[in-house]
Write a protein that binds this ligand. Structure first.
Ligand SMILES: C[S@@+](CC[C@H](N)C(=O)[O-])C[C@H]1O[C@@H](n2cnc3c(N)ncnc32)[C@H](O)[C@@H]1O
Length: 198
């Protein structure tokens, strides 16, 4: 699979990948990681977790992917075509403020995303999805209806979903991701947090 560090990309094979994971009991995947700040903060805060940020766009990852932490890796991949090396390894997945094809796949219950997620997850995995009003309205949904639609898709895929929680501008301001900060000070500072577990 293709990993990225600054301007350099490196192909990591299964043996090297498993060697890096060897001392960690939890693997967290941040899907649609953007500039990777959330993944970096999580890796710094939880040194016993291995954190992987995944995004299809390499440009935004240049800065944070330079960080040299033993428990952090950034992968260039599409959420609908996750690397087979991740198979059965992921214990926690986050999808923060998705847009574009990632959001569309969640809304449409796209099998390539849902089956791909199913294949990378370990038993009893957990999930956090944070959705924002602006991205959903670009796809023709209100925040409430779009979130409900995604909640239903996730439930149909076997996730036990908790009651969605609203995030206001204050919650967005303190959330450690670049996009959360942008939203907090933007025109529509509202998001919904959906969490679940298998
Ligand atoms: C609004 S940004 C959010 C970034 C980050 N999660 C944050 O909170 O700052 C959405 C990200 O999803 C990524 N994305 C969209 N579709 C994707 C896909 N199909 N596979 C992987 N990443 C995708 C985009 O490249 C973008 O970086």
């Amino acid at each position: 699979m293709e990993t990225i560090r600054g301007r350099m990309s490196l192909d990591l094979d299964l043996t090297d990948f498993y060697a890096r994971l060897a001392n960690y009991n939890r693997l967290m995947l941040d899907l649609g990681t953007g500039d990777g700040k959330f993944a970096l903060c999580h890796a710094e805060s939880f040194p016993s977790h291995f954190v992987i940020g995944v995004d299809s766009c390499r440009e935004n990852l240049r800065e944070h992917s330079r960080a040299s932490l033993p428990n952090l890796l950034y992968i260039i991949a599409s959420a609908q075509n996750l690397p087979h090396e991740l198979h059965g390894r992921v214990s926690h997945i986050t999808i923060n403020f998705p847009w574009g094809s990632l959001l569309e796949s969640l809304l449409m219950n796209d099998p390539s995303l849902m089956r791909g997620l199913e294949s990378v997850l370990s038993p009893k995995a957990s999930l956090d999805v944070r959705l924002n009003g602006g991205a959903l309205s670009e796809q023709g949904w209100t925040l409430e209806d779009g979130s409900e639609r995604i909640r239903e898709s996730l439930a149909a895929a076997g996730w036990r979903i908790s009651k969605p929680v609203t995030m206001d501008s204050r919650a967005l301001r303190t959330f450690p991701s670049a996009w959360a900060k942008r939203l907090a000070f933007g025109r529509d500072p509202r998001a919904i947090h959906i969490s679940g577990y298998l």
